[in-house]
Write a protein that binds this ligand. Structure first.
Ligand code: SF4
Ligand code: SF4
Length: 217
């Protein structure tokens, strides 16, 4: 009888100890997140999907040339601007299937036009959804993530100065002056400022992701 009372007593004490832990953590601040209704903010140097601020792009092709897997495609044309001409992007696409998320395009861009956003919910049902993504489209990723917000991504990128080297946009080339040499392995056939043959037509200077010569990751 005495033994049974002792067992009941110890069980009750054990229950109280367990409840003490439960009650203490019930009122403690939560260490987990109620995902997916709440999202964990990504770190400043997190590399999500490649994104673009089209108005900041000066069509220098440096991101195209540095990409090790030919995941980017850019072409442009010249359009009249008063009594002069100006370059205008005709196509700027991103192939997420090839991208190795190295961030080199982000680093090389002289105007911070191309950048890695903070998306991490990027699963897709088919290859078609992640190839030839139109970087000029502000809704470019809404088909793979309903949470994609272009304005928020741009603001986050503008506010984030981690690892960002603030560089001035290349100075416009004066009339009659010879254009400056491109910084990264730019050939005459691909430089938008040095190829007369490109005038008023598309300049498929970048390696086309659909061509057989493309490098694979
Ligand atoms: S992150 Fe790297 S692999 Fe991806 S598009 Fe940019 S340069 Fe190319
Ligand atoms: S490096 Fe920047 S400015 Fe140059 S073409 Fe790419 S996105 Fe545009």
């Amino acid at each position: 009888m005495l033994r049974q009372i002792k067992v009941v007593y110890l069980s009750f004490i054990s229950l109280l100890i367990g409840m003490k832990v439960t009650i203490r953590n019930f009122f403690a601040p939560s260490v987990t997140l109620d995902y997916p209704s709440k999202k964990q903010p990504m770190t400043n140097n997190y590399r999500g999907m490649v994104d673009l601020k089209p108005e900041a792009c000066v069509i220098c092709y440096q991101c195209i040339k540095i990409c090790p897997v030919a995941a980017l495609y850019l072409s442009h044309k010249q359009v009249p601007a008063g009594d002069k001409k100006k370059n205008e992007i005709t196509k700027f696409t991103f192939n997420a299937e090839l991208c190795c998320f190295c961030g080199l395009c982000d680093e090389i861009c002289p105007t911070d036009a191309i950048f890695m956003n903070k998306m991490y919910e990027v699963s897709a049902y088919s290859h078609d959804q992640i190839v030839n993504i139109d970087l000029m489209d502000a809704h470019k990723y809404t088909h793979v993530s309903a949470n994609y917000d272009f304005a928020a991504e741009v603001k986050r990128n503008n506010d984030n100065t981690v690892g960002k080297v603030i560089k001035a946009a290349p100075a416009p080339v004066a009339a009659g002056a010879s254009p400056a040499a491109p910084a990264v392995g730019t050939s005459a056939a691909t430089s938008p400022t040095s190829a007369p043959a490109q005038e008023a037509k598309d300049a498929p200077a970048a390696p086309n992701p659909t061509t057989p010569e493309q490098k694979q990751p």
